[in-house]
Design a protein around this ligand. Structure first.
Ligand SMILES: COc1nc2nc(N)nc(N)c2nc1C
Length: 310
């Protein structure tokens, strides 16, 4: 039965990855539940066969009394804001003034309207999850983040240490259904998906978090032991290879004109997305150039958020 438990764990984690990370389900919910029931039964009979990355370990048992505060290895800064084309051209001018005569490429990404999180992986295993907090100190919400099936409990490679950052969010249809249920129960409604996601992650009972159908899009390597790919775009591709959920709608742009064009395309179709976005994020693609541009006390010089009109 050790072999059976390992086979079930691998198969369920594969279906989990296909469904929650790639949005490409490979079996029906009923078949998935059947596999989970079998694994739960076997693990109950043989608790010594349970591993930290078993899909049965996603919803921790205990209700927490609170969240401890934990330091980030590198501060999680916030982004400066651009509200129009002029601000974007000003950003481009400033970037190029620090990199005279150099070619600059940008990566433009959707700005998911959720809350920033940080995930720590040691030898490929998820060991910690935290909120951004004040940028220096976050709240340890590992138990709650493990319930999000789009977050892998184990990476495809045993990277010595990797911290990855991104956004936890609640899809629009889950937000509507949640508020309908709260209306029924005479409970106060959430104002928007971001508040609903934040409220769901701050639940002391992980079973409630697990029922809120949260997801994530990760967008940056925060800290890594070992080499990093040379560009941000390649970092995203590598994170995807590790089994981490990356938003597919990002684009490398060779000029600020291309950036402005890409942004206007998404400004027109943002409401077609199954999740809320409040703008776009523009980053210098070369990590070496990012390093040289550095940060102010508050924000990176190599990135800016373009906010859509509310
Ligand atoms: C590099 O720092 C950041 N990058 C980001 N990227 C995306 N796509 N969305 C964000 N909200 C975001 N926020 C920060 C602080």
């Amino acid at each position: 039965s050790k072999a059976r438990v390992e086979a079930l764990r691998r198969e369920i984690n594969h279906h989990n990855y296909q469904y929650y990370v790639l949005d490409q389900p490979t079996i029906t919910d009923a078949q998935y539940d059947q596999l989970m029931q079998e694994l739960l039964r076997l693990e109950e009979r043989h608790p010594e066969l349970v591993t930290p990355d078993s899909p049965t370990q996603r919803v921790g048992g205990q209700v927490q009394r609170g969240f401890s505060s934990v330091p980030h290895k590198i501060p999680m800064l916030s982004l400066g804001n651009a509200f129009g084309e002029g601000d974007l051209r000003e950003f481009d001018r400033r970037v190029r003034s620090y990199l005279p005569g150099e070619e600059v490429k940008y990566v433009v990404e959707l700005k998911i309207d959720g809350l920033a999180i940080s995930l720590w992986y040691e030898k490929g295993l998820l060991v910690r999850g935290a909120t951004r907090g004040d940028g220096e100190l976050g709240e340890d919400i590992t138990i709650n983040l493990k319930t999000i099936r789009a977050i892998p409990l184990r990476l495809t490679q045993e990277v010595p240490f990797l911290e990855v950052r991104g956004e936890a969010y609640m899809p629009k249809d889950s937000f509507v259904r949640l508020n309908e249920a709260r209306e029924e129960a005479g409970e106060p409604l959430f104002a928007n998906p971001r508040n609903a996601a934040a409220g769901s992650l701050r639940q002391l009972d992980p079973k409630i978090t697990a029922a809120r159908n949260l997801s994530v899009f990760m967008y940056a390597i925060g800290y890594i032991e070992g080499a990093k790919p040379p560009s941000h775009a390649e970092s995203l591709a590598w994170l995807k290879e590790l089994g981490i959920r990356i938003n597919p709608d990002h684009q490398v742009c060779g000029s600020i004109d291309e950036v402005i064009d890409f942004i206007s395309q998404w400004q027109a179709k943002r409401y077609q997305l199954p999740y809320a976005i409040d703008g776009m994020v523009i980053k210098v693609n070369s990590l070496e150039q990012q390093q040289r541009l550095g940060t102010t006390m508050k924000s990176p010089r190599w990135a800016i958020a373009y906010k859509f009109p509310a």
